[in-house]
Design a binder for this molecule. Sequence first.
Ligand SMILES: O=C(O)CCC(=O)C(=O)O
Ligand SMILES: [Mn+2]
Length: 348
Amino acid sequence: MSKMAAVVESGEDAFKQLFKFYKRRKPPPDFSDVIDFSEHRCTGKVVPLKLNPSAVCDAAAYRVGLHPARDWRAYGLQGYPGFVFISNPFRKGSQPFWIRQCLKTYPQKPNVCNLDMHMSLCDTQDIWQRSVHSLSSPSLPRRQEKSLLERLRWVTLGYHYNWDTKLYSAEHHTPFPSDLETLSQQIALGCGFSDFEPQAGILNYYRSDSSLGIHVDESELDHSRPLLSFCFGQSAVFLLGGTQRQDPPTAMYMHSGDVMVMSGQSRLLYHAVPRILPAPPALLSPELQNLPASTPPEQQQQQQQAPPSELEPVSEQDWAVCLRYIQSSRINVTVRQVLGAGQSFPQR
Ligand SMILES: O=C(O)CCC(=O)C(=O)O
Ligand SMILES: [Mn+2]
């Protein structure tokens, strides 16, 4: 019997126990039951999934940094209909753009972040500018205070999720970023959702000792729409459970660039992130090759031959800050449709 099986059999609440098992530091847990989709092996519960590549135009995918949809490696899990795992569909050199958006652009106003809860508008006006100095100077002595970027835990986009009431509202809304909207729609199209409307986003920023507790995302009013999840930076163990909080979960790794779709019968499953893990170098380093604005002439020529991309180049200075951040942190972006077609918020 594996160590994990012994743990599960010892009590009723299998999810809680496995969460604690993977969160444990000393002694470190046995990770051998964690599914790794990057190994491209369809063993155990893992099944290859046929997506709908003809629904995604190659040029549209290219513009947001994705490979053509026919090259996406998609997997499902037996017992989890509607769950789709796409193993890093991003082209090399495109993750830096999305990482920079998550760290420099999306935390800006009018978006909302955890720092707004206890700081003045003026102090959270430019999180990036106020953090770059300490994050780009590796030789600085040990700092007393963490930079704002290091204290960033979440950002909300579009209909802003209210963490206290667990509700969205018509009143608390700002425009959803159009680049993230386009990226999400390409992924949704490939998964057979032609009318997905990204209306709310939650960005979670994890340090190496962070975790995310067991929960279901049920605040959206239309559960027939998929929930999309994008990962960047360090890896994580993700636990996908059942419709009951105590149902035993399946553990899987999420690496940088991986995309997960929870739809259909898997849209309302319990899930959690018990652990952040160092990314295997082979999975992260090649993905983080930035193609900066000042690319050498021969490479520029190669880029000119490629179709136009909406991804604005990331400057070397910005990338140095992102790289330093991402070397010890993970960013997760979930994109949600809150309202169905023609639906509105109930009157309160
Ligand atoms: O970080 C993750 O992979 C999961 C995030 C999540 O479940 C959420 O934001 O609701
Ligand atoms: Mn969630």
